[in-house]
Design a protein around this ligand. Structure first.
Ligand SMILES: [Zn+2]
Length: 246
């Protein structure tokens, strides 16, 4: 399989599945996505399938001056793949547009634009995107953060609750754990104690889910030690245990 003709994108999910992973993509991932280098063969195959489905079926755009090239698509796709590689079923099915913008401003529900169909559009800061994989252990990963909002919003709106796999924890229990952790965080911040998560997580359960997801993949051992219940919840959802691998 040679080069991808991006003019043919977005493809349907069926067309995307027929595309073999270009070797050039693997070169980019090996060079720029540390977590990809450590995946075993089976996990890597799942990761690559999810990445391919994402980058070929979404419409990418950017502010003037930002080149929407293959590398940019792959870096965002790698974030989507990392989150969804073990989750069965369609994870980002309702997301259609990915926009990369200049600057780092966060306000309101920063990353999610377009409410008509729930969460059909996500916006990601270019600077933060480039930083994300280059510094893989600082607890900040804007792509994971914004895409977690998509997982959250495309199911039952912005409430911090994604679609939970059958047989796993109940929505009720998920909410309870999140509410309890949120209260603990706010108390720690009020007392000047170390909250074990960036303070932005204390905004509400939606931000807690997104910020905790960043820490889950970037500082898993620290998150597990500081917030074991929250960590266990994310293990059940993402079906990954990055602290054990760390
Ligand atoms: Zn957020």
């Amino acid at each position: 399989m040679g080069m991808i003709d991006w003019k043919r994108c977005p493809m349907s999910a069926r067309e995307a599945r027929a595309v073999a992973m270009p070797e050039a993509w693997r070169d980019v991932l090996r060079a720029e996505v540390p977590v990809y280098r450590h995946l075993g063969p089976e996990a890597r195959a799942r990761f690559e399938d999810r990445l391919r489905d994402f980058v070929l079926t979404k419409t990418f755009s950017a502010d003037a001056g930002i080149l929407v090239d293959e590398r940019l698509r792959l870096l965002i796709g790698a974030g989507a793949a990392l989150l969804s590689m073990n989750i069965s079923g369609e994870t980002f099915a309702r997301l259609r547009y990915v926009h990369v913008y200049e600057g780092t401003i966060r306000d309101g529900r920063h990353g999610i634009l377009g409410t008509a169909s729930g969460a059909d559009k996500v916006a990601i800061s270019h600077q933060a995107l480039c930083h994300a994989f280059q510094v893989p252990d600082d607890g900040h990963h804007v792509t994971l953060h914004e895409l977690t909002h998509v997982l959250d919003a495309q199911w039952s709106g912005f409430d911090g609750v994604p679609r939970l796999p059958p047989g796993s924890t109940s929505t009720q229990r998920w909410k309870e754990v999140l509410e309890r952790e949120l209260a603990r965080l706010r108390e720690a911040l009020a007392n000047g104690a170390s909250p074990g998560l960036p303070a932005y997580a204390a905004t509400d359960t939606t931000e807690l889910f997104a910020v905790a997801t960043e820490s889950f993949f970037e500082r898993p051992v620290a998150l597990r030690d500081a917030h074991p219940d929250l960590y266990a919840l994310l293990v059940e959802y993402y079906l990954q245990d990055p602290a054990r691998a760390a």
